[in-house]
Design a binder for this molecule. Structure first.
Ligand SMILES: CC(C)(COP(=O)(O)OP(=O)(O)OC[C@H]1O[C@@H](n2cnc3c(N)ncnc32)[C@H](O)[C@@H]1OP(=O)(O)O)[C@@H](O)C(=O)NCCC(=O)NCCS
Length: 184
């Protein structure tokens, strides 16, 4: 449940969305992504994480959102970006599929239902785009199984020891898929 005192707006990011993928959004995404990564979130980094390294990864994400190659869902509270997720539709012979990546909620707001809201919006968007299969991958050991299963995702495979979280701590990368037409 979202706490009653917190009003969270949902925006789609990009050419057809209600939020522009501009430089201001790029700064906000970098701030959120850095905070989530520093807190140990499974979004491409392991702490300690330097902000410039995150900014370098955020720049092409913003470019893809601006061009429409990918679509974003942004959760905004006040002036803050408190949640983000990216949906990248396939092209050509995989145009009926999509990938969900960069699912993240501000560490101070995790565990209050915003992640479920974000996933609902991403799966609604995928269904609206006519996608029949969406995939994502998770690191083992992050309590994420139940979270994604509630949105219809099932495991189809894993890469053993693929993510080195720290020296001596290699985690499996687990691949999940769902049908967005029935998964919301
Ligand atoms: C995973 C994440 C998006 C979920 O968002 P959220 O707002 O915390 O999720 P909700 O409140 O809607 O649901 C909580 C569920 O997420 C799970 N969860 C995973 N990581 C969590 C965390 N750091 N804090 C709280 N819950 C977490 C909980 O176990 C809970 O599942 P359960 O109900 O089966 O116990 C969010 O915790 C996050 O940003 N984590 C760091 C980044 C990350 O690892 N992203 C996943 C990339 S694959």
């Amino acid at each position: 449940m979202v706490p009653a005192a917190v009003t969270v707006e949902v925006h789609r990011v990009g050419p057809a969305g209600s939020l522009a993928a501009d430089s201001q959004f790029g700064v906000a995404l970098t701030t959120l992504w850095h905070a989530v990564s520093q807190a140990g979130g499974a979004v491409g980094f392991a702490p300690p994480v330097e902000r410039p390294a995150v900014a370098a990864k955020a720049a092409p994400v913003v470019d893809d959102l601006r061009s429409g190659r990918a679509q974003g869902i942004a959760l905004i509270a006040g002036h803050d970006l408190v949640g983000f997720g990216r949906l990248t539709p396939g092209t050509g012979i995989t145009a009926h599929t999509g990938s969900i990546t960069l699912v993240m909620i501000d560490p101070t707001r995790q565990g209050s239902g915003l992640g479920a809201l974000l996933m609902n919006e991403l799966m609604t968007l995928a269904a609206e785009l006519g996608l029949e299969r969406v995939e994502l991958s998770i690191r083992d050991g992050h309590r994420l199984d139940g979270f994604y299963r509630r949105h219809g995702f099932v495991e189809w495979g894993r890469r053993p020891g693929w993510v080195r979280v720290a020296d001596g701590d290699d985690r499996d990368e687990i691949f999940l898929w769902a049908d967005p037409r029935s998964a919301r």
